[in-house]
Design a protein around this ligand. Sequence first.
Ligand code: UDP
Length: 350
Amino acid sequence: MNRGSKAAVLVTGGAGYIGAHTAKALHERGLLPVVYDNLSSGFRDAVRWGPLVHGDVRDRVALGEAMAAYDVAAVIHFAGLIEVGRSTARPDLFWEINVAGVTSLLTVMRERGVGRLVFSSSAAVYGQGGRGPLEAIPEDAPKAPASPYGDTKLAAEWMIAAQCRAYGLTAVALRYFNAAGADPSGAIGEAHEPETHLIPLAIAAALGDGPPLTVFGQDFDTPDGTCLRDYIHVNDLAAAHVAALDADLPRGAFEAVNVGTGRGSSVAEVVKAVGRAAGRPVPHSLGPRRAGDPPSLVADPAKARRLLGWSPTCSGLDRIVADALRWERDPGYGSGVRGSAGRRKSPVAA
Ligand code: UDP
């Protein structure tokens, strides 16, 4: 996008975890992030770098009005449901919001001539992993989502790709691996309700703010028997969105790009890293596998480097854990809204 001009970017779901970090990165890049969010799981306090338009992605009139009011040049689409477990219980809701929501967005973008989209996709499109059990996953690995959540991300990608071919929309789908960490400013961080993610749960256990962690499975075919995941710092993830907006792509291009480091960390390694950072061991017990957990999900990040000129700069496990821990100890400490909400209810949710 045109460097220097304060072009507006509509950030749907920009009051959530990754959306808020991306809004900050857009602001730092000289763009105006216009957050469009229904605040069903995001936080008003997390919207700091541009205006908030309260609206639902399925509301085409409100979407069109927001795009017109700010003369939006591009869209980054985060808004959607993310809990894999809930998607098996309520696939209807996931299709309604994650797929019909994208239909609605694409229709309005087409009507208004907004030609650039970055879409929040997921490694969940790969289901159980890549070609080999411990191999890094390239973008052309088989797509076999293992949940309705993954189905909706893949279906949305297909719809976006078709729209690119149909009329010249240019789009990048970023397939996130494991987003983690928090902005070092302390202004924003991760808060999900309910929390199901490993790093926040391990930190809560170490700080005595939550129950002991259960390590799900020790008999996977991995070096230490626990699952391998590719943890990516949320600020590296935010930078990937800015890079995807800036990428010099031909009109009508659709590209799906992995966002990960190419390095796997095991659950046991994460537990040790949290213990080191907290200065006390993480109370934990060993439990059975969680249904559907693949042994290893590690990105092949070569395409992101080649196409977007992006590579991670702050995704070492110790750095991720240190930033997450700072936030968990004192959420919102750099925000000026300290104490405005309950500890885990402060900004930001995804
Ligand atoms: N995990 C765990 N205990 C927990 C939560 C997660 O052992 O209480 C493991 C989970 O089995 C997976 C890894 O931590 O191998 C990362 O899980 P998370 O839910 O954070 O992300 P996912 O990879 O499922 O998207």
